[in-house]
Design a binder for this molecule. Structure first.
Ligand code: NAD
Length: 424
């Protein structure tokens, strides 16, 4: 029997400490009652499970899995499941807290949660992944459910994984439970527009920001880090809007071309070979170099803590759109703010995914499905409203967009907590 140990992590700082630090900053600026801050800085529940899986070679590997609920004051908790070797309990707690703020900022009736399994899905067969997913689902089955806690995809998971979670849960209940998970494939109750939703939400934010900054998208140069669900669709959408995508990257390589990368061709290359390596028509660069390229819009869409106090001063972009969760550390935030860089914070910029997950959940409960144009129009309404509320708060309070977004969100969760009262 083997146990999967986490390798040296990409996380330089403890993300949960960062999340708490952000909350304290917000509480100070927005005068949130310290008693409430004490409640909000803790996660309501954190489950650690061991997930034994018989691997294809006959050996049994024990994976560690987590499901954390941060807060349910505004509704059932919602948040993705991450399969990655660097996953830690504190990372999942931070991501769960950010989900609470994200749902509150968008005004959708959910609290925040997150889950993860320490594993390397790229080195696992489909059968191994399926057995691991079904066992993990069984271990957390009493915690999840349409009225309770609703998982979704995150790094390393996709519609296929959501289908196994949906099926495992439904088999145990004896009937199909569409609302237990979102990001499902269309054939089993997914929503049109969900796959592209996070990137589409980020696109709507970039469009609004460009309008405020009097920039024309078709004159902007964009660099996108990460070419998975969020990064690849965002690069595609921005290119369709006329932007020049000067750089893209995945975990294997970065690619740059100041004259523009053919994003459609890169997507086809990634589909065929599984990586961006070997793509022609661009020069290979590192992921670190990509962040410092001369561009107007930088979109970190991979993992946390890629822009830190070490490289923030060298960032040349005018706008940073946080497709990923937590890509900019608080110390880097200060440096970028001094430089006048406009940061569209994660809880606003990547909220499109959870908003359309909410639509999928509603459609599943009603067993009535909407047209894609309706999904996208409703998404645009919610994201644009959240952007404008954040922009107005930023102007009124003279703060950064991050502080404004977090302030609005934390106030809403605090209000819900006070209105409900602390039980008993
Ligand atoms: P994904 O697994 O589809 O893609 C991740 C991409 O990042 C891949 O291209 C991968 O190669 C790349 N990557 C991994 N490690 C890297 C590294 N060290 N350096 C550079 N690139 C690396 O994941 P995703 O769903 O696109 O999620 C990306 C980010 O967006 C995460 O922070 C996630 O929490 C956030 N997010 C995702 C959603 C969603 O709906 N999928 C919603 C909100 C936020």
């Amino acid at each position: 029997m083997t146990t999967v140990e986490a390798p040296v992590s990409h996380l330089r700082e403890n993300p949960y400490e960062i999340a708490k630090q952000q909350l304290h900053r917000v509480a100070e600026t927005f005068a949130i009652d310290p008693n409430l801050v004490n409640v909000l800085q803790q996660c309501k529940k954190a489950l650690v499970v061991s997930v034994p899986v018989v691997m294809d070679d006959g050996r049994t590997t024990v994976f560690e899995g987590y499901r954390v609920t941060h807060n349910v004051a505004r509704g059932p908790s919602k948040g993705g499941i991450r399969y990655h070797p660097d996953v830690t309990l504190d990372e999942v707690k931070a991501l769960a807290m950010w989900m609470t703020w994200k749902c509150a900022l968008s005004g959708i009736p959910f609290g925040g949660a997150k889950g993860g399994v320490v594993c390397n899905p790229k080195q696992m067969s489909e059968g191994e992944l399926q057995r691991m997913t079904r066992r993990f689902t069984s271990e957390i089955i009493n915690e999840i459910g349409p009225e309770r806690d609703i998982p979704a995809p995150d790094v390393g998971t996709d519609g296929r994984v959501m289908a196994w979670i949906f099926d495992t849960y439904s088999m145990n209940k004896g009937h199909s439970v569409l609302g237990v998970v979102t990001g499902k494939p269309l054939t089993i109750g997914g929503s049109l527009g969900r796959e592209e939703a996070t990137a589409r939400g980020a696109l709507y934010c970039v469009r609004e920001a460009a309008r405020k900054k009097r920039l024309l998208i078709n004159e902007t140069r964009v660099a996108v880090q990460g070419f998975g669900n969020v990064g690849s669709f965002l690069a595609k959408f921005l290119a369709e809007d006329g932007a020049t995508v000067v750089a893209i990257s995945d975990s294997a390589t970065g690619l740059s071309n100041p004259n523009g990368i053919d994003v459609q061709a890169a997507l086809a290359h990634k589909r065929e070979t599984g990586s961006l390596t070997g793509f022609r028509g661009a020069e290979a660069i590192t992921n670190e170099e990509l962040l410092l390229l001369d561009c107007d819009v930088l979109a970190p869409c991979a993992l946390e803590q890629v822009i830190t106090e070490e490289n923030a001063a060298q960032v040349k972009a005018k706008i940073i759109v946080e497709g990923a969760n937590g890509p900019v550390t608080p110390a880097a935030d200060d440096i970028l703010e001094d430089k006048g860089v406009l940061i569209l914070p994660d809880i606003l910029a990547n909220a499109g995914g959870v908003v359309v997950s909410y639509f999928e959940w509603v459609q599943g409960l009603q067993e009535y499905f909407w047209k894609e144009a309706e999904v996208n129009a409703k998404l645009n309404d919610i994201i644009t409203r959240a952007f404008n509320e954040t922009w107005a708060t930023q102007e009124n309070r003279g703060t950064s967009m991050r502080l404004a977004a977090y302030g609005l969100a934390v106030q809403r969760v605090a209000e819900a907590t006070v209105t409900r009262g602390i039980y008993p």
